[in-house]
Design a protein around this ligand. Structure first.
Ligand SMILES: Cc1cc2nc3c(=O)[nH]c(=O)nc-3n(C[C@H](O)[C@H](O)[C@H](O)COP(=O)(O)OP(=O)(O)OC[C@H]3O[C@@H](n4cnc5c(N)ncnc54)[C@H](O)[C@@H]3O)c2cc1C
Ligand SMILES: Cc1cc2nc3c(=O)[nH]c(=O)nc-3n(C[C@H](O)[C@H](O)[C@H](O)COP(=O)(O)O)c2cc1C
Length: 761
């Protein structure tokens, strides 16, 4: 390559110019920047201590100059409701954006990069036609990305908050978050010191709160005066300052989350904020931009096929950007919805903030600052009436008359092993083993209320006295041989019924002897394969409601501690809730209140026969992962209605409503929905979905994101998941079955020795 042009003199453009010039000293490398060298919006940027190592190898002089300019700090302070909670060990560093850019500019000049400031590149890109590579590092509002939007296919999500990036001479001892309530809503600051005499203060609030205060009509000076007044107590008498003079329009910005489907077009390649953004809540936009530059140069500079190199760069960085955006999204949504968390005590509020990205968990926080986590555990224990602190997963929980010894739940999992709906020795072994395995609560597989309510011929049922007695044998075993409680999950398969066993062609109809199906609307689950269900009429509703009541009565006679109604995963009751499966034009379809009508009728009827002191829970799918599916407002309305109907717990799953769903999986991927409902509606929730480590449970419960954590597949691999989790955390008060106690002491001994060997104790 002979000529490389970088459009934009931000971190992405300058760092890639430096690296290209180093890799290809004979090439002409140019940077075009519309502003002057010292003109920059913003104040400081944050890196974590960990981040910098990769940059040393790439270019030691810039690395050393950046590190030399760092202001370090370790603590995070959260000021909320008149209290300050401090947590240590976070290891961050900040540098002035201006200084960072000057470091890059000096290094680029020393290497012979041609830098052209006050040079706007127009749409025509005149004089650049003979360039071999054009690096579009022109920031979040990239003109190049817009010009070729049909090709790059950017997804731009304009978020719910407004923020203004300010500076101050106040010196913050820690990374500081402060929250202030006004008559129109909450404002927060993210503040940190980035040089010996300056700090960044980002003020953020919801768009509607911002408008209600008339900030959309105020100029920058008046906005600053407003912020100074609101956060006066944190500013130590110092002023706030703006350097956003050259920004067009308001200095208050919306964060735009950007990700592109394609990253290169011929010889044009997107990099940094032009290709993707990451919310400042996770402080990594500059790091991402620099890492893009590293990847781009290493993939392209020496490639014989530049196009293939660009594609390798995209593949590598796209995945990284996705991961970071996912962590940043959780944190960004936490700040957008901060109002939801303001009912938490300052300790837990802080913990919830610190763990919001789902990247830092309980164990990691404990490593960073054991004192802070110990205080948090003690506080949580105190609130449960305990005098001894313990990991949050081992805190008890009471729901109605049901007292759980810990927060671990064996998630309902169909065994497809019953005949005529009758549970047998397999089920006794399956549920029994998991009860003695230490979980606080066992939830049965979806147990069907009638033969034609089954998903498969192997599903368990509860419509006869024989089935009741078979279940009672299991319930009695759990009660007699373990401290666990056991809940009965009742359901009707609806349009997903009459299908093959889970390990056969799942969701596909039986080869023969299919039974007729009913659903909210006559839509087959698998187009072209599934049976078309009949739209339920009044007689069907009465019959199904009666079957739920009958099954609930049998369940209560069997001695179950809790009843869970299955209203998730596209089964019958769920088919009423989702607009994708409910097309009815009568009072059972249309608005969310109408779609709730039949499920609520079932709850009311069941509640009348189910013992008043024993709790009822409901499992819902809080998102359909398909266009036109449930919206957040629908889910909140559903959760609110369930709460009003006396439901004690919502088990929050997602999806499986329609076959064409596009879920986004990841660790704890459904937990944000349990969090949204618990803290938005004020009802206990159960989180489920790829929660597979004890640390996940501790963090979710500790943060008040959910009250219980259900663990499904890991319990298939390890019935004693909780006993192992207790031993690995050295939580020795954990109950073990007496016949297994020698196994407990040996396991604890081995784990202790292994910990000593790696120096963990
Ligand atoms: C409020 C806020 C706080 C942030 N805090 C942090 C933080 O703490 N840590 C962190 O790592 N990141 C932070 N970021 C993100 C960070 O600023 C960006 O992610 C980073 O600057 C991206 O670098 P870039 O080079 O891709 O884009 P930019 O830094 O935006 O650079 C793009 C450059 O291109 C120039 N340009 C654009 N169009 C043209 C044109 N047509 N002709 C000539 N020049 C052009 C612009 O003037 C600009 O200098 C924050 C962002 C915001 C908004
Ligand atoms: C084999 C199997 C059977 C399942 N059967 C049911 C069921 O009967 N009722 C239900 O609500 N969920 C059922 N699920 C979903 C699980 O309860 C759980 O929500 C899901 O597996 C995600 O949790 P995990 O990531 O811990 O596995 C089943 C899951 C599996 C793997």
């Amino acid at each position: 390559m002979k000529r490389i042009v970088c459009l934009g003199g931000g971190p992405a453009g300058l760092y890639s110019a430096i690296l290209f010039k180093k890799a290809l000293p004979n090439a002409r490398v140019e940077v075009y920047e519309r502003n002057r060298p010292d003109d920059t919006f913003g104040w400081g940027v944050v890196f974590s201590d960990k981040t910098m190592a990769g940059f040393r190898e790439a270019d030691t002089p810039t690395h050393d100059a950046i590190v030399g300019g760092f202001h370090h700090w370790d603590d995070v302070d959260v000021h909320f409701r008149g209290q300050r909670v401090r947590s240590g060990g976070h290891g961050f560093c900040g540098i002035a954006r201006k200084r960072l850019l000057n470091v890059f500019q000096d290094r680029a000049a020393a290497l012979g990069v041609e830098q052209n400031f006050q040079h706007e590149i127009g749409a025509s890109m005149e004089d650049l036609s003979d360039a071999d590579l054009i690096v579009a590092a022109d920031g979040v509002n990239s003109q190049q990305r817009s010009l070729h939007a049909d090709w790059f296919k950017p997804h731009i999500d304009v978020r719910k908050c407004r923020f203004i990036w300010l500076g101050t001479e106040q010196k913050f001892a820690a990374f500081t978050f402060a929250f202030e309530r006004t008559e129109h809503g909450w404002f927060q600051i993210h503040a940190y010191q980035f040089s010996s005499d300056l700090s960044t203060v980002i003020v953020e609030t919801r768009e509607e709160t911002w408008k209600a205060h008339g900030l959309d009509k105020l100029g920058t000076e008046a906005s600053i005066a407003f912020c100074e007044e609101l956060f006066r107590q944190f500013l130590g008498g110092h002023r706030l300052m703006s350097n956003a003079r050259h920004l067009r329009g308001s200095a208050w910005l919306n964060f735009n989350r950007v990700l592109c489907e394609r990253w290169h077009h011929g010889k044009l390649v997107l990099i940094g904020d032009a290709a993707h953004t990451a919310h400042f809540g996770i402080g990594s936009g500059t790091k991402l931009a620099m890492e893009d530059a590293l990847s781009l140069v290493s993939r392209v500079a020496s490639a014989s096929d530049v196009g293939a190199g660009l594609e390798r760069y995209r593949a590598e960085r796209h995945l990284e950007a996705l991961k970071l955006q996912s962590a940043a999204r959780n944190r960004m949504e936490w700040f957008e919805n901060v109002e939801r968390y303001t009912h938490l005590e300052p300790q837990q509020f802080t913990y919830s903030l610190l763990t919001a990205s789902q990247r830092i968990g309980h164990a990691n926080l404990k490593l960073r600052d054991p004192g802070y986590v110990d205080a948090m555990e003690a506080e949580l224990a105190r609130r449960c009436g305990l005098t001894e602190a313990r990991p949050p997963m081992f805190l008890p929980l009471r729901l109605g008359s049901m007292e759980l010894v810990n927060r671990v739940v064996v998630s309902p999992m169909a065994q497809y092993s019953a005949r005529e709906g009758l549970p047998d020795d397999w089920h006794l072994m399956h549920y029994g083993a998991r009860a003695v395995g230490g979980a606080g609560l066992i939830v049965t597989e979806m147990t069907c209320i009638a033969p034609d309510a089954r998903i498969t011929p192997g599903c368990t049922g509860l419509w006869s006295g024989e089935q009741r007695d078979a279940w009672k044998r299991i319930v009695d075993f759990v009660h007699q041989r373990s401290p666990a409680k056991i809940a009965l999950q009742l359901g009707h398969a609806g349009r997903k019924g009459s299908t093959q066993l889970g390990w056969q062609a799942m969701d596909h109809p039986l080869p023969g002897n299919n039974w007729p199906l009913v659903s909210a609307s006559p839509i087959p689950y698998l187009a072209g394969a599934s049976q078309t269900p009949r739209e339920m009429n009044e007689a069907d509703r009465l019959r199904v409601r009666g079957e739920f009541v009958h099954a609930a009565r049998l369940g209560s006679e069997a001695g179950f501690d809790m009843l869970e109604l299955h209203m998730a995963h596209g089964y019958l009751l769920a088919s009423f809730l989702s607009p994708l499966t409910n097309m009815r034009r009568d009072e059972y379809g249309g608005t969310v209140a109408n779609r709730l009508r039949f499920p609520l009728e079932v709850i009311e009827a069941v509640r009348a026969v189910w013992p008043a002191d024993r709790p009822v829970s409901v499992r819902i799918s809080a998102r359909d992962w398909a266009p036109g599916g449930l919206e957040e407002a629908d889910v909140m309305a559903i959760a609110g209605a369930l709460k009003d109907a006396g439901v004690a717990l919502i088990s929050v799953s997602t999806g499986q409503t329609v076959a064409e769903q596009q879920p986004v999986y990841g660790r704890m991927w459904q937990t944000p929905y349990a969090d949204m409902i618990r803290n938005g509606v004020g009802i206990p929730t159960l989180a489920v979905g790829n929660i597979f480590e004890a640390d996940h449970v501790n963090t979710i419960v500790g943060a008040g994101r959910a009250d219980l954590c259900a663990i499904a597949r890991p319990h298939l691999a390890d019935p004693a998941w909780t006993l192992h989790a207790a031993a690995s955390q050295r939580y020795s008060p954990q109950w073990w079955p007496e016949p297994y106690l020698p196994g407990k002491s040996q396991l604890e001994h081995h784990l202790e020795r292994a910990a000593v060997a790696v120096g963990a104790v």
